[in-house]
Design a protein around this ligand. Structure first.
Ligand code: PEP
Ligand code: MN
Length: 351
């Protein structure tokens, strides 16, 4: 690995970098190049090069990495074709497969949840979403039904035969949710919650990681890296819109970054048009845009009577509108020569 050293260079700062290299099992050697005496640091050894690169970037003496010698984070593609496929029950994300997730923003009662689950499955969804613990912007807004919602999700999942993806906010909740939850959702507001990400890495279940509302692509990828670094590769990234200056839509669906991520990481990338749009009438076109740009799936909020939804009512699709999104998605995926995940005829939820 080759690093460019800062000019002027403080000898104490240089010593600090060299000892950091030694501490990680590398040897460091200063090279002086050219008439302007550009100083480079050549680092060699058999240690963990990706860790070395991240550590050295924080040192004052280091102006930049000239050549990282192929040291790359686990989330990055090893080759142009490398793709991780994440399977959750019948839902397959990545490697030419795409899956549809549907459900309410938050679980509010048994009847509506059952009605929604049956309808989204009939339309072609292979995973049921629904918040039990809701990270609302206001502490006074509906926070979700918690344990009661988890019980409802478990019952409806078994009845309808759809595995459940639901949001987790506390590492201490993981164990209690393992029975119900086939996939853990990490919400935008928790994307950078390192202790939560580490514990999800250890839990080993699939993780749906939503992009923070003002997170760069690099910050998003490094959040996923926390999960992968603990040995869990089953991570699906979800672009859900980023903050813009215009409140005509709730967020800005960043399709450019979806395309960028598909080229950068081997992890599947899906799109949530509901939180990006913030209004039901824009969900369908954004869903189409997401699939057209290469997303491996969609996450869509739905409610049989959208105005009765206890959270995110304005963006909830009715059941018929959800079926339209599902049929668009199936068509576009097939047009692209990819596979749309189908719910199997048997009811076999797999928590
Ligand atoms: C949600 O999926 O209901 C949610 C809270 O999404 P986000 O974390 O993207 O705001
Ligand atoms: Mn929501």
């Amino acid at each position: 690995m080759l690093l460019r050293l800062r000019d002027p260079l403080n000898p104490a700062d240089l010593d600090a970098v060299c000892s950091a290299c030694e501490g990680l099992g590398f040897r460091a050697r200063v090279l002086t190049v050219g008439e302007r005496s550009v100083q480079l640091l050549e680092v060699e050894g058999d240690g963990d090069a990706a860790r070395l690169k991240s550590v050295l970037e924080d040192y004052l003496a280091v102006a930049g990495v000239v050549d990282d010698a192929g040291a790359r984070e686990l989330v990055l593609k090893a080759g142009a074709d490398s793709e991780t496929v994440v399977r959750v029950g019948d839902a397959v994300f990545g490697g030419g497969h795409a899956a549809l997730i549907g459900g309410p923003c938050s679980v509010q009662d048994a009847d509506s949840l059952l009605e929604i689950a049956r309808a989204v499955r009939a339309a072609g969804a292979t995973l049921l979403r629904g918040g039990a613990h809701k990270p609302r912007s206001s502490p006074y807004a509906f926070q979700g039904l918690g344990a009661d919602a988890l019980r409802l999700l478990g019952d409806v999942s078994a009845e309808v035969g759809l595995p459940v993806v639901t949001e987790i906010m506390e590492p201490s909740d993981i164990d209690g949710m393992l029975d119900v939850c086939a996939m853990f959702q990490v919400g935008s507001r928790n994307m950078a919650n390192a202790p939560l990400l580490r514990e999800l890495g250890k839990a080993g279940k699939p993780v749906l990681l939503k992009r923070g509302m003002a997170a760069t692509a690099r910050e998003f990828l490094l959040a996923a890296e926390y999960v992968l670094a603990e040995g869990n590769e089953r991570v699906v990234l979800c672009e859900r819109g980023i903050r813009g200056f215009d409140n005509a839509t709730r967020n800005v669906l960043d399709v450019g970054t979806v395309a960028y991520l598909k080229r950068t990481t081997h992890l599947p990338v899906i799109v949530d048009p509901s939180h990006a749009a913030g209004r039901a009438d824009l969900v369908r076109p954004l869903a189409r845009a997401g699939i057209a740009v290469g997303a491996d799936g969609l996450l869509v909020e739905v409610h049989p009577r959208p105005l009765e939804a206890r959270s995110d009512a304005r963006q909830a699709l009715g059941l018929d509108a959800f079926a339209d999104v599902a049929s668009d998605m199936r068509l576009l995926i097939e047009l692209d020569g990819r596979h749309f995940s189908q719910p199997s005829s048997q009811k076999t939820p797999t928590p």
